[in-house]
Design a protein around this ligand. Structure first.
Ligand code: ADX
Length: 191
C-alpha cells in the first residue's frame, strides 16, 4: 500500500460499546446452501432485538446482489467475496454491533481468512450441520436440481467442496427447531 494512511479508531470502540451497552462480536454461520443459516440468523436477530441488542445480518445472496456483484464461485472469487465481507464485518464489530454473517464459506482457508481479518476473539464460528440430502430435498432456490443437471458448475456440495469446520464454537443440528437453535446460541454467547 503506497501513499495510503488508514486512520484507526476515529472514536474508540469501547466508547461506542458503552453507548450501545453491548459488545461487538461476529457470529459467523457456515454451512451448505439451504442448510438454514439465514433462517436461523433472522430468528436470532429477532430474539436479540427483544433483549435490546443491536444486530446486523450480512447474507450471501444479498451481498452478492450488491457490493460483490462482480464475483462468481471460483475459489479465487469466493476468497475475495469473504475477504470483503470480513472487512465490512470488522467495521460493524468495531462499531459495537452484533454482526451475524451467513456465508457458505466452504473451506478452512476461507474461514481462517475471515477470522484473521475480523480478529480471533470477536469471531464465533457456528457450523449449521444440515446434511446435503436434507438441503437438496428442500432445494428452496432450485439450485441443487440445476447443479445436478450440470447447469451450475462449482456448486458447493455437488461439484465443489465443502470442508467441515474442524473446531467451531458451536455445531447446530437440523433436527432441532429454529427456535431451539436460537436458544442454544443465545445461551452460549450469554446474550
Ligand atoms: S461463498 O462460498 O462465497 O461463501 P456465499 O455464501 O457468498 O458463498 O453465496 C452462496 C449463495 O449463492 C447460495 O446460498 C446460493 O443461493 C448461491 N449460489 C449460486 N451459485 C452457487 C454455487 N456455485 N455454489 C454455492 N452457492 C451458490
Amino acid at each position: 500500500m503506497h501513499n495510503i494512511f488508514p486512520t484507526n479508531n476515529i472514536l474508540i470502540r469501547a466508547d461506542k460499546e458503552k453507548l450501545l451497552q453491548q459488545k461487538g462480536i461476529c457470529i459467523w454461520f457456515t454451512g451448505l446452501s439451504g442448510s438454514g443459516k439465514t433462517t436461523i440468523a433472522i430468528a436470532l436477530e429477532k430474539e436479540l432485538r427483544k433483549k435490546g441488542l443491536l444486530t446486523q445480518i450480512l447474507d450471501g445472496d444479498n451481498i452478492r446482489a450488491g457490493i460483490n456483484n462482480n464475483l462468481g464461485f471460483s475459489d479465487e472469487d469466493r476468497t475475495e467475496n469473504i475477504r470483503r465481507i470480513a472487512e465490512i464485518t470488522k467495521l460493524f464489530v468495531n462499531c459495537g454491533v452484533i454482526t451475524i454473517c451467513c456465508f457458505v464459506s466452504p473451506t478452512e482457508k476461507i474461514r481462517t481468512l475471515a477470522k484473521s481479518i475480523i480478529g480471533e476473539k470477536d469471531f464465533f464460528e457456528i457450523f449449521v450441520n444440515t446434511p446435503i440430502e436434507v438441503c437438496e430435498k428442500r432445494d428452496v432456490k432450485g439450485l441443487y436440481a440445476k447443479a445436478r443437471k450440470g447447469e451450475i458448475k462449482d456448486f458447493t456440495g455437488v461439484n465443489a467442496p465443502f470442508e467441515e469446520p474442524k473446531n467451531p464454537f458451536l455445531i447446530l443440528n437440523n433436527e432441532k427447531s429454529v427456535q431451539e437453535n436460537v436458544e442454544i446460541i443465545t445461551n452460549k454467547i450469554n446474550a
